[in-house]
Design a protein around this ligand. Structure first.
Ligand SMILES: O=C1C[C@@](O)(C(=O)O)C[C@@H](O)[C@@H]1O
Length: 145
């Protein structure tokens, strides 16, 4: 069981709840992070949450995760999903298991959202379940990673 989970959210996910609510819903990132921490503590695990609009800050956080004894990462990379080789390299570099989450179903949207640089090295990918995707990914990470 993963005892130490890192929940990462990339660019613009700080706007969850107010950003394009017809696509992303009305739940805020603070709500998501609070629920995620409660979900982990229910089984005696710890969850640390971090959001940044900056690619380098996310990469620094991923690199630090290894030293901090993180067992698994749950990440919604936002738009960096479709553009960032560096984020993929960081995740591959630390070799920590991770689940990729998208609130929306990226395959129902614009074609530029259909490709993810991360999915090929993720343990699994959840998209289109709204913020429940985070809950599902964390439950999986807690149980299996
Ligand atoms: O910022 C986001 C959010 C997203 O990752 C999602 O959660 O559905 C999907 C991405 O295409 C988009 O750039």
């Amino acid at each position: 069981m993963a005892k130490n989970i890192l929940l990462l959210n990339g660019p613009n996910l700080n706007l969850l709840g107010s950003r394009e609510p017809e696509v992303y819903g009305s739940t805020t990132l603070a709500d998501v992070e609070r629920a995620a921490m409660a979900q982990a503590s229910l089984v005696g695990a710890k969850l640390t949450a971090f959001q940044s609009n900056h690619e380098g800050a996310l990469i620094d956080r991923i690199q630090a995760a290894k030293q901090e004894g993180i067992d698994a990462i749950v990440i919604n990379p936002g738009g960096l999903t479709h553009s960032s080789v560096s984020l993929r390299d960081a995740l591959a570099g630390v070799a920590l298991p991770f689940v990729e989450v998208h609130v929306s179903n990226i395959h129902q949207r614009e074609t530029f959202r259909h490709h993810s640089y991360l999915s090929g090295i993720a343990v699994g990918v959840i998209c289109g379940l709204g913020v429940d995707g985070y809950t599902a990914a964390i439950a999986f990470a807690l149980k299996k990673l």
